[in-house]
Design a protein around this ligand. Sequence first.
Ligand SMILES: *Cc1c(COP(=O)(O)O)cnc(C)c1O
Length: 483
Amino acid sequence: MRRLSRAHALPAVGTLVNQPAYRLLQERYPRPLVVEAIRERLEAEREAGGGQGGSGGGDSPPLEGERLAAVEARLAGWTAPRLRRVINATGVILHTNLGRAPLSAAAVAAVQEAAAGYGNLELDLKTGRRGERAALVSELLCRLAGAEAGLAVNNNAAAVLLALAALARGREVVVSRGQLVEIGGSFRMPDVMRLSGARMVEVGTTNRTRAADYEEAVGPRTAALLRVHTSNFRVTGFTESASLEEMAAVARRHQLLLLDDLGSGALEAVQGGNGGGRDPRSGSPGRRDGGSPPLFDEPTVAESVRLADVVTFSGDKLLGGPQAGVVVGRAEPVARMAKHALARAVRVDKLSLAALEATLRQRLLGHAADVPVERMLLMAPKEIRRRAGFWLVKLADRGVPTRLLEGQSAVGGGSLPGHGLPTVLLALEGPASRLAAALREGEPPVVARVEADLCCLDPRTVLKGEDETLVDAVEAAYKTVVG
Ligand SMILES: *Cc1c(COP(=O)(O)O)cnc(C)c1O
């Protein structure tokens, strides 16, 4: 009974929407959206009123201003941008939850150019005939990887799926039990294998697989051997795995394909140099001179291409480009992949292709230092310390107490597990998880790392030009939490 009488007291949606204040809202939001927001608000009022039972408290209608503000807040919430720029202060360079690799300025410019107009995506400008979008990067890929053929698809999971479907459907693929990886939640090798229509034959054990294990598993239905880079974990202790050389020998003997899912795709060994401190302005990656030992023990694409028939890796891991799956290898199997029906379903979009092409060109020209991922990997300890010190001084001026700590950055994104890069962290004084939450909810959001009960910020992953914004955001967050 009360419900009914209260509902009766509420104004009609149609009356409200024509009132001046709600008309004003319609200059910013379409009328049907305003109507929907009013309807939901009135519904909430009705429910709130009904929920109060027989007590008299709920009977006075909410103030008109309060209702208007609630409707406006609803509209603002519905239309606020969800995908937002954040500052990555975690020190994890390829942070999957933060979108992995930030693009270089050249790649961003290429995306903008491709996005705003038409392009020769599938048109051969010489002949006027239809062209292949994937061909736009294949030459660059071949030259960089020393491969016969190259192909770009939507992401590396798609590249692996396409390779298995095109080259091994209805047949067997031999893979080590130590390499049945799960990457980023839903990429599980056994599932991908099943989806592709290939049958997985597991060999060896979690910690040891020898060349002879592959050899014994080969039968009349075997199509390929697959190596999967165990990108996000390390098995240590009593371990053994067949080298790619040994696998290639088995594959050759039995005329099988050798597929190598590299995952992160370092084009060349990342050279450590003098503390990773090469001059970023020199433009030269300074790698092939062999002057310094590699920074990581990571298989390179070029090494892999020499031995495997098909090599796959991500565009947005160590390559430092957009989300994409990169395929390089021998001409015949790569062509079979390009022609497969699935290739159309997993094709790369034109914006990613533009960014990928720009990133590959930078690498070919020796401008790798302009690729943010590369810059972060090689950031000199001196520079990191200088930036953390700058933050500390700025924040101290504004009454925010912090201190510097030695710590480790991580490559992340399933690249180089267990490999930390020495860094200097700025630790905030105060309740760590509340500070981290306030930073996350600030404007712009800052993602920090909570370590040893301290809210820490790592300069390595904070991009050029973000320092001042970061300092402002930290000050604001600190004052919200501590006062
Ligand atoms: C990251 C990774 C993948 C998945 O790549 P996406 O580009 O995220 O689809 C597949 N295999 C390996 C070994 C990886 O490291």
